[in-house]
Design a protein around this ligand. Structure first.
Ligand SMILES: [Zn+2]
Ligand SMILES: [Zn+2]
Length: 258
């Protein structure tokens, strides 16, 4: 059995639960420890039964509750060295060095990380390879590099960022010009259009299910995401990809195989 449950996805926090057989991991911990515990229990999982936490990068929306959560439940943290150093913790944490691009065997499942272009110390995406299929986690990147395309082409299911609508971002009066440039840059975040392009191309390579997440609260709307991605898929005559948009008000049910 392989199951992916999104616990939170968006500017205000990101966390996902991955379950393979009797083992479970958290991917990112961008909510407070208390809220993470609540959401895990709502998903039927006792936090201390996890095998560890994988971290994509050190930004607060991915690591906000991480230190307290790890300490409260005595769990190991898996991330690369630059991300670990960027966290800057003095606290005693069971850190397991995870070299980018080296596969880690977790007993029945292999996890692989790969670099993504984003303005953090050494940000990564993840691939979870399981006999039932490969699940990808790809949030927080400015654009899809050649390596990202190559890695993602193996996915059966994918959590993909659809961060902003460029028109809404340009019209936003609360963000200064410099922040908008950062978001739009090649080390920023994916627009709905970029996400639609990735979804369409991967659907040609066998992607069956996609969860679009990490939506900006101010500069995006779920119906815009859905419309942009679905219309691109229809143009390409690839309507069979199952498309879900995750928002706080309308969470997506777990993806489950096997
Ligand atoms: Zn983020
Ligand atoms: Zn980030």
């Amino acid at each position: 059995m392989l199951r992916l449950t999104i616990l939170a996805s968006g500017s205000s926090g990101n966390a996902a639960l991955l379950e393979a057989g009797s083992r479970r991991w958290l991917v990112d911990a961008g909510l407070s420890s208390r809220r993470l515990e609540e959401r895990l229990r709502a998903a039927g999982v006792e936090p201390s039964s996890l095998s560890g936490v994988f971290l994509t990068h050190e930004h607060a929306d991915h690591a906000r509750g991480l230190r307290v959560f790890l300490q409260r439940h005595s769990l190991p943290l898996y991330c690369n060295e630059l991300t670990w150093l960027a966290l800057g913790w003095q606290a005693k944490i069971d850190w397991r060095r995870m070299e980018t691009a080296v596969r880690l065997d977790l007993g029945g499942m292999e996890i692989e990380s790969f670099p993504v272009p984003h303005d953090a110390a050494d940000p990564v995406g993840f691939l979870f390879h399981h006999p039932a299929g490969t699940i990808g986690v790809l949030t927080d990147l400015g654009y899809a590099t050649r390596l990202v395309w190559e890695k993602m082409s193996r996915c059966r299911a994918l959590l993909l960022e659809a961060n902003h609508d460029p028109g809404l971002l340009q019209a936003d009066s609360r963000r200064p010009w410099s922040v908008k440039q950062r978001i739009l840059s090649r080390h920023g975040h994916l627009s709905n259009q970029s996400a639609a392009e990735i979804a369409t191309e991967l659907a040609r390579h066998g992607l069956q299910e996609i969860i679009l997440g990490h939506l900006s609260a101010d500069c995006n709307r779920p119906e815009l995401v859905e419309e942009t991605v679905r219309s691109r898929l229809e143009e390409a005559r690839l309507p069979s990809l199952s498309v879900h948009v995750w928002t706080e008000g309308a969470p997506v049910p777990p993806l489950c195989w096997g």
